[in-house]
Write a protein that binds this ligand. Structure first.
Ligand code: SAM
Ligand code: FES
Length: 358
């Protein structure tokens, strides 16, 4: 039997990881992407999972300095999809073949536990076998438990940066890294498939912060890892800062794949925004998920986290066709199944969470 390619570095060594984060040697980077792609193939083959993304509210009570939907951005027209509109997006996604819905939004005080619970319950009732992913920011443990019981399976909450000092420079004093980490550990305990992650090239980030991010991911062992470049948004305090680069983002995707071989890692829209083939290159550097947009076209422009976001004018069906073609062009295979993390048994986790014998 042929042995799998060995990563060209010692993953336990901080010095090795730092060297790889800092290298601009093309051969070394190529070898890294190659190893990450081989590891991803070992766990997931050539399949690329599709997630239908519903950006259902751009109201947010927070004021992150980098984010275009922050509450202080008075230039933004705010919207919130109704319960019925979210269900309609799910139906459209189902018709397109998607078996995972991702409900993402700002931290919108209108989205109370009772309201979110009724949305999740109704999606679960209509689509019993689909995965429901939430990305609603920081909530209480009781809230996460309630939404899990209502039928949510997965939760995305990027930690943004694992360094306390850096976190404070990206966020107002009302937010803290400790609270964010507590949320992530609570979500994991409850039984969600958990996604953490960070922006690459956010203001004041250095190789040391990136190393911390990787080590934090290793400690948390999330099932999903969301990594995308920071892209400035003109109406935010960081609107004139430089954005993250394609190369650095690809390196972080690849290193995350090597450190967490079975993780679900999206080739993010932000990656596709900074380079026309950014998502494809992400898929060849260890990523294995894409998240086509299912939000109604009329609200897409308002979910303006950063400038020049792609796919603003496309219909949901166009996004699917476009992504499928891009994936096939690189010899990969669109996979429309639920796409749980390799080795994950949601039935067992749910029974365990409910106190029944697993
Ligand atoms: N409110 C939820 C939360 O906090 O997780 C979900 C929405 S939040 C806008 C989704 C992600 O967008 C954040 O975790 C952040 O990493 C990313 N984001 C925000 N502003 C960005 C920017 N300027 N460039 C790239 N990514 C950005
Ligand atoms: Fe909404 Fe940061 S501005 S979570």
């Amino acid at each position: 039997m042929r042995s799998a390619p060995t990563p060209p570095l010692d993953l336990d060594s901080d010095a090795d990881l730092l060297r790889m984060i800092q290298t601009d040697d093309p051969a070394e980077m190529e070898a890294l992407f190659h190893s990450a792609h081989a590891v991803r193939r070992r766990h997931y083959g050539d399949g690329v999972y599709f997630r239908g993304l519903i950006e259902f509210t751009n109201y947010c009570k927070n004021d992150c300095y980098y984010c275009g939907i922050r509450r202080s951005n008075a230039k933004l027209t705010r919207y919130r999809l109704s319960h019925a509109q979210i269900l309609a997006c799910c139906r459209q996604g189902d018709a397109l073949g998607y078996r995972t819905f991702v409900l993402q939004g700002g931290e919108d005080p209108h989205c109370t536990d009772a309201w979110m619970e009724s949305v999740v319950r109704d999606i679960r009732a209509e689509f019993p076998r689909h995965a429901i992913t939430l990305s609603l920011g920081e909530r209480s443990r009781a809230s996460y438990e309630r939404l899990f019981r209502a039928g949510a399976d997965r939760y995305l909450l990027r930690h943004e940066t694992a360094d306390e000092t850096h976190y404070r420079r990206l966020h107002p004093a009302s937010m803290c890294l400790r609270a964010r980490k507590q949320c992530l550990f609570a979500l994991r305990e409850i039984g969600y498939q958990v996604g953490a992650g960070f922006m690459v090239g956010s203001p004041f980030q250095t190789a040391t912060e990136l190393l911390r991010d990787l080590r934090f991911l290793q400690a948390l062992q999330p099932q999903m890892v969301g990594i995308g470049p920071f892209i400035p948004q003109a109406d935010t305090p960081f609107g004139r800062y430089p954005g993250g680069t394609l190369t650095m983002t690809l390196k972080m995707v690849a290193l995350s794949r090597l450190l967490l071989p079975a993780a679900l890692i999206p080739a993010t829209t932000a990656l596709g925004t900074i380079a026309p083939d950014g998502r494809e290159r992400g898929l060849l550097a260890g990523a294995n998920v894409v998240m086509p947009n299912l939000s109604p076209q009329r609200v897409r422009k308002q979910y303006a986290l950063y400038d020049n976001k792609i796919c603003m004018g496309d219909e949901a069906a166009e996004c699917r066709t476009c992504l499928e073609a891009r994936i096939r062009r690189y010899g990969l295979a669109p996979d429309l199944s639920r796409g749980d993390c390799a080795g994950w048994r949601s039935d067992v986790r749910r029974e365990a969470a409910a106190g029944a014998p697993a």
